[in-house]
Design a protein around this ligand. Structure first.
Ligand code: HEM
Length: 498
């Protein structure tokens, strides 16, 4: 039975899927046995990103998704390529994307390969959950990201940003002028998520982030290690390293959880708290006798890892790329600062101010369009389904190339690769065209949190410093799960007080 299942998983099902799609005219590059097109993709990306870009140019699709550019020219807007033994349909038609993320979201989920590849990293937390489990988990954590709860984080965000600005001012006083912004933003967003969702001191938070980053890097190579049957059970150096990092992260998280539980057990507090971790622990406690509950300690740990990961790097990248864009577009920097000064009037930004920062909002959107932290959105058909005119067989992975859609001249016009926040002045772009936070029921749960955080940090930063891009900055976006500046972003700061 096991050998038949393995044979079916690695050979029969992918073949059946390929046949169904070929009959509908969807083709793609020829796959190699077991490894599919992995080597083609790895080789093309290694070549296109081998050098830094010669100028600060936002035309980055050929660099970051060279395989997409080549195969879409050859096979059209829909094509199939193979990630090991997993066939992936690449889908760039906005109407179909809208349908997939919206109406068809209940029959789509995460693929086996994705779940297996991130098992030791974020486990079965919300990002990787499917079906009923996903629905249940989303329902539990959603209140932490809505309404008054969301608004209540603004004060922490201001406090953490003030701390960062003060440390920059101290550095400036001691004669430093150049700052690598990506590291500062990572530290700041890590502080904010640790404080708001886990009420944890930054030392422990830092340790967790450090270990999670190492785990993330290792897991990013998972598809190369998982295409051989049984490879995840082999005690290889790769597997051993992952397991030991996982153990260490989980030990640190358990310390945080235990200290919350102790607080309740010795009567110091009456509940586990109202932040994300508190909500999860309260839910587990309330339902401990229920037979339907799916929440257990391991799942809470997975959820913590998921939110530590999803809640800081993406926002840090949004901030980093936005500062790079403003540093290289002084007119926009000047206009947005004038808006901030007018709206906030020398006070720290409050919730009431944020909705009035229209130009800042346009700049943030344009930054998310040009440098969407998540370059692709992966989905898998959990059942046979119809998508537009296509019959999609169960088990087919569908990849939405967000970066390519955001840079498409057909969708955005001739200036698609230019920084032009004005395009967001008149209307909001939805409908599968502007999807930095995905869309439909399975969109980013932290979208409101991220935008609020980005507006507060940028407004405070702009009102304290004027900045230009440093001569040492080398423009070299690369993808390591998210779009990152390979050598960081160096800017020269001038404080307004001087
Ligand atoms: C600029 C910042 C952010 C961007 C661009 C972003 C982007 C995304 C995208 C594209 C997805 C969908 C992934 C997919 O379906 O494959 C997603 C999901 C998710 N994001 Fe974010 N995110 C950001 C910030 C945050 C923050 C601040 C948090 C938490 C505090 C967060 C937590 C999550 C979680 C838990 C999911 C999974 C939701 C689900 O599957 O139901 N994200 N994010």
């Amino acid at each position: 039975k096991i050998s038949y299942d393995t044979f079916s998983f690695y050979c029969l099902t992918p073949r059946r899927i390929r046949k169904t799609m070929e009959q509908q005219g969807v083709r793609g590059p020829k796959p190699r046995l077991l490894i599919g097109n992995i080597l083609d993709v790895v080789g093309l990306v290694a070549k296109s990103t081998a050098n830094d870009m010669s100028s600060i140019d936002h035309d980055i699709v050929d660099r970051l998704l060279p395989h997409y550019t080549i195969w879409t020219k050859q096979y059209g807007k829909r094509f199939i390529y193979w990630n090991g033994t997993e066939p992936r349909l690449c889908l760039a038609e906005t109407e179909l994307i809208k349908e997939l993320l919206g109406k068809k979201s209940s029959v789509c989920g995460r693929s086996w390969l994705q779940r297996q590849g991130t098992k030791h990293f974020i486990g079965k937390g919300l990002l990787m959950a499917n079906g009923e489990d996903w629905y249940h988990q989303r329902h539990i954590v959603a209140p932490a990201f809505m309404g008054d709860k969301l608004k209540s984080y603004a004060g922490f965000m201001v406090e953490c940003t003030n701390k960062m600005i003060q440390s920059m001012e101290t550095e400036l006083d001691s004669g430093r002028t150049e700052f690598e912004i990506a590291d500062y933003m990572k530290q700041l967003t890590a502080d904010i998520i640790s404080r708001t969702e886990f009420d944890t001191d930054s030392d422990k938070g830092n340790q967790i982030f450090h270990l999670l980053t190492l785990l993330q890097r290792l897991c990013a190579q998972a598809s190369r290690h998982l295409c051989l049957p049984g490879s995840r059970f082999v005690p290889s150096k790769y597997n051993r390293e992952i397991k030991s990092l996982k153990k260490e992260v989980e030990r640190l998280l358990m310390e945080i959880i235990e200290s919350r539980k102790d607080g309740v057990e010795i009567g110091r507090s009456s509940c586990y708290g109202s932040d994300l971790l508190g909500m999860l622990l309260n839910e587990m406690q309330q339902r401990k006798n229920s037979t339907t509950t799916t929440l257990n300690l391991q799942l809470i740990i997975d959820e913590c890892k998921t939110f530590f990961f999803a809640g800081h790097e993406t926002t840090a990248l949004l901030l980093t790329w936005t500062i790079m864009l403003l540093a290289t577009n002084p007119n926009w920097q000047h206009m947005v600062r004038a808006e901030v000064n007018q709206v906030c009037n020398a006070r720290t930004p409050s919730i009431q101010h944020l909705s009035k920062l229209t130009l800042l909002n346009m700049v943030i959107n344009e930054s998310l369009r040009l440098y969407p932290p998540a370059t692709v959105l992966p989905r898998m058909a959990l059942e046979d389904m119809k998508l537009g005119d296509m019959d999609i067989p169960k088990g087919l992975s569908i990849w939405i190339p967000v970066l390519a859609i955001h840079h498409s001249e057909e969708l955005w016009g001739k200036d698609a690769n230019q920084f032009n926040p004005n395009r967001f002045a008149a209307k909001a772009f939805g409908g599968g065209r502007f999807i930095p936070f995905a869309g439909g029921p399975r969109n980013c749960i932290g979208q409101g949190f991220a935008i609020m955080e980005a507006k507060i940090i940028l407004a405070m930063f702009l009102s304290k410093f004027s900045f230009t891009i440093s001569d040492t900055y080398r423009h070299a976006p690369v993808v390591v799960l998210t779009i990152q500046p390979k050598h960081g972003v160096q800017v020269c700061l001038t404080p307004f007080s001087s």
